[in-house]
Design a protein around this ligand. Structure first.
Ligand code: AMP
Length: 488
């Protein structure tokens, strides 16, 4: 199927073409015709499936030319970065129209946002708090709203925004169209959907719990005090183009970033306590390649669309299996490929098990060749506090075990980095990186030491690799492509 057959105006098709999209993704194929009819929609789809265009294109199509009276479209997003990303998509897809936009979010002044609203924005993309400020100020009214998009609803729920979202929904005209996007639709989310939508169509893309199969996963078991040295070693031995390092906490992210900088890395730091200017600079620097490593917390990085992220490193194992899926979704986007490494301490086997159960796959465990797993924790200098936390005794790990083993019943010893399961030695480098850089036209080799488990490098890559589950659903063999495969 091509975009031409979806019933979109030529001005929008030109913009789609300019963006380099040639084939609609499955969610675009399914959602665009529904949205064009004006019907409400509940879509269960993760970021990375092309869901932004799935709502932006038909919305732009329905709007026609600019009109004065006030916003006709409102898109609610959980984070500033996501709001900015969606607004940018509307700018790109609407570039051959005269429609006006306003992007409203916190962390910056009110002046430009107020001016954009007063200039008659047709499309408002907003985070909840700032939108409520403008509604309270009465600079913004929603009387003429035709389409309301609630995006990433599960994350809005996690972030405690649902009461405010409901309030905003109740301020919208009743005869609007509502589009509802959420990666997962548990009962609380269904309840919100019932509240906000009328007789919606349902679209589900992929198994909501599945991980992106274009991503290769590996676990690196390590003692707590060796996490940072192992991170450095991973960065040294991995030929990444750009990498996101995830920390569970803001404080932890600050610390990792500081230490990486001290080791000569260029670092973008993204978390909720950073000012909007800092967050913007970090994201821009990371996107344009001047900053090679991004250190981020889950909330800040949720849904971020940065092309060409080759590696995700979970410095801290994610707090929930769902977060694991979201974190690794930052790489391997739009059917590109990526690696996801997770550092796991002996006390975290329970969390690891929960992730593996959730994604229904066993993640291969690797060790880093040449890394000193027996190194002692540094003794803190007087007055320097407690120093690094010693490893707690784990359920699966041996007491005080500083080595790489994670207790896994029925699982052999971790394999050594640098050896394939068949015992053939490798260079000790994830060789895919060369291929990704275009230096080596041969098919990608598997990650050293990985097996053919789901998402692992044991699969044959490229032409005949397993299709992404989001792509496969209902249309075996279908692919969507872009000509813009580089960084944005
Ligand atoms: P999203 O899920 O909307 O965040 O999109 C994920 C990534 O896929 C973004 O980089 C989009 O630009 C890209 N994308 C979306 N739709 C298509 C398409 N039909 N062809 C190629 N790339 C796409």
């Amino acid at each position: 199927m091509s975009f031409d057959s979806l019933g979109l105006h030529s001005s929008i098709l030109r913009a789609v073409q300019a963006k380099g999209y040639t084939t609609p993704s499955p969610i675009q194929e399914q959602a665009i015709p529904i949205v064009l009819t004006g019907r409400d929609l509940v879509a269960s789809a993760q970021t990375g499936t092309g869901k932004t265009a799935a709502f932006a294109l038909p919305i732009l199509n329905r709007l026609g030319p600019h009109k004065k009276p006030g916003p006709r479209v409102l898109i609610l997003e959980p984070t500033r970065e996501l709001a900015a990303q969606v607004d940018e998509n509307f700018a790109d897809f609407g570039k051959f129209t005269d429609l006006k936009r306003a992007l409203l979010h916190g962390g910056v002044g009110y002046g430009k946002q107020r001016a954009d609203l007063l200039a008659g924005a047709d499309i408002v993309t907003a985070t909840v708090g700032r939108l409520l400020d403008f509604l309270n100020e009465r600079v913004l009214r929603l009387d003429h709203l035709q389409v309301l998009v609630l995006d990433e609803v599960d994350r809005m729920l996690d972030m405690g925004f649902i009461k405010d979202v409901k309030k905003i929904v109740s301020l919208c005209p009743k005869n609007r169209q509502t589009l509802f996007f959420s990666a997962t639709i548990p009962p609380e989310i269904q309840e919100i959907a019932r509240f906000a939508l009328k007789d919606p169509a349902h679209v589900t893309i992929g198994r909501t719990r599945s991980v992106n199969e274009s991503v290769t996963h590996a676990i690196y078991p390590v003692a707590h005090h060796l996490k940072f040295p192992l991170l450095l070693e991973l960065l040294k031995k991995t030929e990444y183009k750009s990498v996101i390092v995830f920390s569970r906490t803001k404080h932890g992210a600050d610390k990792i970033a500081r230490k990486l900088k001290a080791e000569g890395h260029t670092v973008a730091l993204l978390h909720g306590d950073r000012s909007q200017g800092q967050r913007k600079a970090a994201l821009e620097g990371f996107k344009n390649g001047t900053l090679e490593v991004m250190v981020a917390t889950d909330i800040a990085a949720r849904g971020l669309d940065v092309a060409g992220v080759t590696h995700v490193i979970n410095y801290d194992i994610p707090a929930t299996p769902d977060d694991y899926v979201h974190r690794i979704g930052r790489t391997g986007r739009a059917a590109a490929e990526g690696d996801a490494f997770t550092l796991v301490t002996p006390d975290q086997t329970g969390e690891l098990r929960a992730i593996e159960k959730f994604i229904k796959a066993t993640i291969p465990q690797l060790t880093m060749e040449g890394f000193d797993y027996k190194a002692k924790a540094p003794v803190p200098a007087p007055g320097q506090g407690a120093g690094p936390r010693p490893p707690r005794q784990g359920r699966g790990g041996r007491p005080g075990n500083a080595g790489p083993q994670l207790g896994r019943s029925g699982q052999g010893q971790p394999r050594h980095h640098g050896h394939r399961p068949d015992g053939r030695p490798t260079s000790g480098q994830p060789q895919r990186a060369d291929h990704r850089r275009g230096d080596d036209p041969s098919p990608r080799a598997p990650l050293p030491g990985t097996t053919g488990g789901k998402g692992s490098g044991g699969q044959q890559r490229d032409k005949d690799r397993a299709p992404n589950p989001f792509i496969q659903k209902g249309r075996p063999g279908a692919h969507w492509q872009t000509r813009n495969s580089g960084r944005r």
